[in-house]
Design a binder for this molecule. Structure first.
Ligand code: IMP
Ligand code: MG
Length: 183
């Protein structure tokens, strides 16, 4: 491999924040909570790509209900760890959510703007109900009032990677959650 390719593989410094066992245990609990909350219903899990993928794959196996899975794509023009204002969504209009119990599945809620925008889109489609589940929440960073029904972990304002969460599209495959250290 050339040196440019090798340079791309260099890891950014990070420290462990949530290990695999801790995350697995919490996801199992969330699955049980969601199973109880949606008893006798067939929820639609609406995953927010791409950060939801690892969490959703694990969570759905702990929900003991007949459920369906759909996805919406939210791409923020975010360079590195610095937030900016551009968020682009794929259309949700082709997803039949009217009269359905919709559970929006997020990897991380930071300012809350992404999930709020998706909540607004879904609400317009007249679902029977709509709630949010996120693996990681940063309550101190919310810039909009948000009601998150199910959350895995509340953390501070740190930037985290792994378990589906990226830094410039990398590190999603780390099986744990790490905290990026600015050096
Ligand atoms: P929002 O600020 O809640 O709208 O979050 C926007 C998006 O930024 C999230 O869906 C993630 O894609 C990304 N993001 C926010 N905080 C983090 C983080 O700590 N790690 C990785 N991605 C993040
Ligand atoms: Mg991202």
């Amino acid at each position: 491999m050339d040196s440019a390719g090798e340079k791309n593989l260099e890891l950014k410094p990070f420290e462990l924040l949530l290990d695999q066992k801790t995350i697995a245990r919490r996801i199992a609990e969330l699955g049980r909570d969601i199973t109880a909350a949606y008893k006798n219903r067939n929820p639609v899990l609406l995953g927010v790509l791409k950060g939801c993928v690892v969490f959703l794959a694990d969570l759905m196996r702990y929900i003991k209900l007949p459920l369906e899975v759909e996805f919406v794509s939210a791409a923020s023009y975010r360079r590195g760890t610095t937030p900016d204002d551009e968020i682009l969504f794929s259309s949700t209009s082709h997803i039949p959510l009217k009269d359905r119990h919709v559970l929006i599945v997020e990897g991380v809620v930071d300012s809350g703007r992404t999930v709020s925008a998706i909540l607004n889109l879904v609400t317009k489609m007249e679902p029977a109900s709509v709630e949010i589940v996120t693996l990681v929440d940063k309550p101190g960073s919310h810039r909009t009032k948000l009601d998150i029904a199910f959350k895995g972990f509340s953390i501070g304002n740190e930037f985290v990677i792994g378990f589906g969460l990226d830094n410039t599209q990398k590190y999603r495959n780390l099986p744990f959650i790490g905290k990026v250290i600015d050096v």
